[in-house]
Design a protein around this ligand. Sequence first.
Ligand SMILES: NC(=O)C1=CN([C@@H]2O[C@H](COP(=O)(O)OP(=O)(O)OC[C@H]3O[C@@H](n4cnc5c(N)ncnc54)[C@H](O)[C@@H]3O)[C@@H](O)[C@H]2O)[C@@H](O)CC1
Ligand SMILES: [K+]
Length: 497
Amino acid sequence: MADFEGTALLTPSEMARADELAIGQGRTGLALMEAAGKAVADAVRLNAAPQPVVVLCGQGNNGGDGFVVARRLAAAGWPVHVAFSGHIDALPPDARTNAEAWTGETLPLSPDALAGCAIVVDALLGAGLSRDVSGDMARVIDAVNRSGRPVFAIDIPSGVDGATGAVRGIAIKADRTITFFRKKPGHLLLPGRGQSGRLSVVDIGIPGAVLETIGVTLRQNTPELWSLPPLDAGGHKYGRGAVMVVSGGLLNTGAARLSARAALRIGAGLVTLVGSRDALQVHAAQVTAIMLREAAGPEALAEAIAAGKIDAAVIGPAASVGETTREASLAILASGVAAVLDADALTSFAHTPDTLFAAIARRPDRPVVLTPHGGEFARLFGRIEGSKVDQARVAAERSGAIVVLKGGDTVVAAPDGRAVINAHASPLLATAGSGDVLAGMIAGLLARGMTGLEATCAAVWLHGDAALRHGRPGLVSDDLPDLIADAMAAITPASLR
Ligand SMILES: NC(=O)C1=CN([C@@H]2O[C@H](COP(=O)(O)OP(=O)(O)OC[C@H]3O[C@@H](n4cnc5c(N)ncnc54)[C@H](O)[C@@H]3O)[C@@H](O)[C@H]2O)[C@@H](O)CC1
Ligand SMILES: [K+]
């Protein structure tokens, strides 16, 4: 996977380390704080005409940034007051210096401090919370959220946990968030993403090279992380990979068809639906470019894989839960093809996850991708503590597979610890069959020869992009495969299309 440093995400402790490393390389904490406060004051000035501002300052360095913002806005002629209830002496040194340099009005931190102001700057808490928000601070946050006034959050909306995106008790609902150096997971994970409003990242003088020292393993999913394989002018369909999708029974064929269409649309050379004769008769009435092959039972599946020179297989969409799907999944894994296990294939191992993980371990060279939503994840992996990223990472390590923990903030994790958060998505994707399309897209890109993590991240991003392209209510999963072409075209240079 390309190592594009702009996509790196830093947990609060990694960000503290980045600050420390920058300071070790000759920057001062005060200079970083001044740059941070200047960036926020500039953002306020760029986005509004001069009007009364209240800067809510907490007891740490986030509050220190707030005092810089207050000083700079006041110097630019804006009416500003600060709301702060701590002891200046108890502030960390740089924040204290800036609090002492503030000569304007300071009111106690309470909902009354909002009176008469038109804009709120939130400098209460940074990304690394040590406890839930309560007391006066909670009351002020509640009053800000009810006030309807525009809020500029410094670094992260106060109350959002920068590592997990959780709202710790209560959190500021910001219109704009200005963060420093790199985004934090809490800006992308839900509900933190929804609290952040429009997010911008500003350079405050921390050298990018510190990322290598820190050893960042978490990234945001963007097209910079992967590239779609170019089409070969002399290529033939087998060179673009063959996908097999296992069908559900007579009355459950639609889900597999969605997967198959998506696999073909994303560029697999050949796609075959396999299943019972009666299921194939339903498919036959619906598909044209997709091929059909009768195969019932694990041996027949293995034969179909060999006969079709299959590169990647999908099993799970409406496959039914139970022994048949379990045995079929094991046959696919034993065949060694790249495999995407979705939906019923995951639930079929709910009572025997170790059987699945052992089968994955026997074929370390070809990728296996598991695509659970939250319910399927819990059935297969039980309860895992920590953020969504932590959970996906533990599951990937335990299973030996790439795990796609789906949702509005899908997390992809690899067994080696690399993880990616996808925020390029639309709530329209919460519709029946959307996951079936994603499974097909992943398989299509695996068949085209992309590595497991790249294929999965690319498919997740393109799936989100397809829904964003629909751009209006009324998206159904049948629409998605046809939107994939435009999604791919937008990131593919014309010479390679
Ligand atoms: N040199 C640096 O470290 C820099 C820091 N910067 C700013 O500093 C911030 C981080 O500063 P800090 O690490 O001091 O963190 P905070 O500003 O969040 O302050 C931490 C303090 O808040 C308290 N606290 C934690 N959770 C709380 C809760 N739920 N309710 C009430 N109090 C709580 C802690 O006990 C601690 O006293 C960043 O967000 C950024 O804005 C920037 O100025 C750039 C440079
Ligand atoms: K804040």
